[in-house]
Ligand binder design. Structure first.
Ligand SMILES: Nc1ncnc2c1ncn2[C@@H]1O[C@H](COP(=O)(O)OP(=O)(O)OP(=O)(O)O)[C@@H](O)[C@H]1O
Ligand SMILES: [Mg+2]
Length: 245
């Protein structure tokens, strides 16, 4: 049974079909990559799955076999399906530790303050954010550190599925290498990962399955090496055209 089962999801903005009948399944414990040209609907897909900020017009999202439609976004996150954003999104005026503590504590009334703090520390440890950084304001951090903080915040919710929207964008080559290691560490903890990325080396080194979107539709999906070699994928990315006869 897939942990995430997306069935015929569509989403339009006026006359623009941002997602057009998209279906795919993600196996528990795997890393599932998503690529596609700018505007192909990748972020809209994460929006519709998590309902942050909107659900699909049509179609179904099943998480651990349970349909998510009609659930509000915070309830989806509490069930263990969490996302990050394309732009590093933090509470800028809160410290690093406070950012992660909010995620660790939110919606978990049964736990003590000490338990919340320990969950926050565990999440920061996974992302190798040391105590020296705990008191810094989020808006003082570099792009890389803000991305790590956003990931630590997501981990503090204790997700079973984590949706990552372009975690490598804007990073240097050494930072990309480091991010690959950190995402592997998250996966090793049993978290299923769905990964949107334009940096193909990043995507290819992490993904066990790959799906390419184009103009809101699934263009190709399956083994990453086969998908990336698919002539339709090459055409969508490079715009190569067959010569007219
Ligand atoms: N809230 C919105 N209102 C209107 N149009 C939107 C909205 N969100 C996305 N779109 C449009 O839907 C299409 C898909 O956008 P989306 O952000 O999902 O693309 P993407 O694949 O994530 O692109 P990128 O690689 O640039 O991040 C684009 O044409 C975009 O302009
Ligand atoms: Mg996007």
């Amino acid at each position: 049974m897939p942990i995430l089962d997306i069935r015929n999801v569509s989403k339009s903005f006026g006359s623009l079909k941002a997602l057009d009948d998209v279906s795919f399944c993600v196996s528990a414990g795997s890393i599932f990559g998503i690529a596609g040209p700018n505007g192909s609907g990748k972020s809209t897909l994460f929006n519709t799955i998590t309902r942050i900020p909107f659900g699909p017009d049509r179609g179904e999202v099943l998480f651990e076999e349970a349909p998510l439609h009609r659930l509000p976004a915070h309830e989806i996150a509490r069930r263990g399906l969490t996302r990050t954003f394309q732009r590093e999104t933090c509470f800028d005026k809160l410290t690093v530790f406070e950012n992660v503590l909010v995620a660790a504590a939110y919606g978990k009334p049964g736990r003590t303050a000490q338990e919340h703090r320990q969950h926050a520390i565990d999440a920061l440890d996974v992302m190798e954010i040391g105590k020296a950084a705990y008191g810094r304001n989020a808006d003082e951090l570099s792009v890389f550190d803000r991305k790590c903080l956003m990931l630590a915040t997501a981990m503090a919710t204790k997700p079973r599925v984590l949706l990552l929207d372009e975690p490598a964008s804007g990073l240097t080559k050494p930072e990309i290498e480091k991010s690959i290691d950190l995402i592997r560490r998250i996966a090793e903890r049993g978290v299923t990962i769905v990964l949107i990325e334009h940096v193909l080396t990043f995507l290819m080194s992490l993904s066990q399955q790959l799906m390419v979107l184009n103009q809101g539709k699934v263009l190709a999906a399956g083994d990453p090496d086969a998908v990336i070699a698919d002539p339709r994928v090459v055409e969508a990315y490079l715009g190569t055209r067959k010569h007219d006869a």
